[in-house]
Design a protein around this ligand. Structure first.
Ligand SMILES: [Zn+2]
Length: 269
């Protein structure tokens, strides 16, 4: 992939070189994105067991131990995401978690009386989640699913640490909004590439990896959403949302205030 996934321009500056491709900055809209990644190859095979266990190098993108030692922390993150969703007034609604991974958010939302469904490209993550008893989750291609599903099924569509993995973000946002109920929201969380944390790390930035295609800033997110829709939206740091949400635990605030500087985007249909 050479063309910018947001504006389609094909000239760029190289920001960072990886063994399997380059991270570049679009010469027109300034989006930073992975180019020359062997996407087909990657998307088909890489969200496997090795991805979710024991990250070793930048090439070997993924988690240290997503279903093991990270389990409790993953649940806390899911809890904070659920509190943010509820802060928009959503209760007992039908929601879809796109890129649901191991289903930690789905599990919590279902316990909180939401009718929650999840989809993910990873066969491994879905089978692990099912083995933990989580219901209403499926291994599916996201855009295929969004395109084929009926309109008005969901009150909210959640995308936590998802959009940075896809080469077609505008299409996914557009399709999600088209199919959602009026009055619904998309709630999206993604790493912030223009954070002080990211700038300080330079080449050691933890999110450089073959699984991430988009390195989004507040500006590039604004541009991407504006390309996809005329709907109103808001963008803030997740730590601001966590701070302003009643009942949130201090762990989540600490998590988002320190190294994990992420952006929260809410799009209102
Ligand atoms: Zn561009």
């Amino acid at each position: 992939m050479i063309k910018c996934p947001i504006c389609g321009f094909s000239k760029y500056l190289v920001v960072y070189e990886l063994d399997y491709g380059i991270v570049v900055q679009c010469g027109k809209c300034e989006l930073v994105y992975g180019a020359n990644l062997r996407l087909d190859d990657y998307l088909k095979c890489s969200y496997n067991e090795a991805y979710y266990k024991k990250r070793k190098t930048k090439d070997n993108a993924g988690y240290w131990d997503y279903f093991g030692i990270e389990r409790e922390d993953r649940k806390k993150i899911a809890y904070s995401h659920l509190q943010i969703l509820k802060s928009y007034g959503f209760r007992k609604k039908r929601i879809l978690d796109v890129g649901c991974g191991g289903g930690y958010f789905i599990e919590l939302a279902q316990k909180d009386n939401f009718e929650a469904y999840g989809i993910d490209a990873s066969e491994y993550a879905i089978s692990k989640a099912k083995s933990h008893g989580i219901k209403n989750i499926m291994q599916l291609d996201v855009l295929e699913f969004l395109t084929s599903m009926n309109t008005g099924l969901f009150d909210a569509i959640c995308m936590f640490d998802f959009i940075e993995h896809v080469p077609n973000p505008c299409e996914i946002v557009k399709c999600s909004l088209n199919k959602m109920k009026c009055g619904g929201i998309i709630m999206m969380i993604t790493p912030r590439y223009d954070s002080a944390y990211a700038n300080g790390l330079d080449d050691e930035y933890m999110h450089y990896g073959r699984d991430h295609i988009l390195y989004l800033t507040e500006n590039s997110l604004r541009l991407m959403i504006s390309k996809a829709t005329n709907c109103k939206f808001s963008i803030c740091n997740v730590k601001e949302a966590v701070k302003n949400t009643e009942g949130i635990n201090s762990w989540a605030y600490k998590y988002y205030s320190e190294k994990r500087d992420k952006l929260l985007v809410t799009i209102f249909k």
